[in-house]
Design a protein around this ligand. Sequence first.
Ligand code: SF4
Ligand code: SF4
Length: 102
Amino acid sequence: MTPEEIKKREAMVDSMCICKNCPSYSAYGKEDDFISYCLPSRGKSKNLAEHGCICGTCPIYMKKNYVTAYYCTRDIEMKQKTAIVEAAWQGHSVWDHLKGKK
Ligand code: SF4
Ligand code: SF4
């Protein structure tokens, strides 16, 4: 994907992303650096904490058949799915596993 294509996709997802209506986003109290945290070109926020996630009602979530949540704190779907498998294999919690990852 070219840089122009990435920018175009980010703009499309930004226009449909509902993160700004979410309690986790609101709790931050100001504009975050970006939204659409589920995009591989974006990923986790440096600022948000978990106070509820509404990704499950987002059109992008449904279109992409996502199953995880909290992309702003736990990273993109593929990384979360990998962490679930790795954590199960190593016998510790998924959340501890995710916290140890960049
Ligand atoms: S799934 Fe979540 S992070 Fe992705 S666009 Fe929708 S609301 Fe934003
Ligand atoms: S990824 Fe989920 S928890 Fe984070 S701001 Fe978006 S809707 Fe809220």
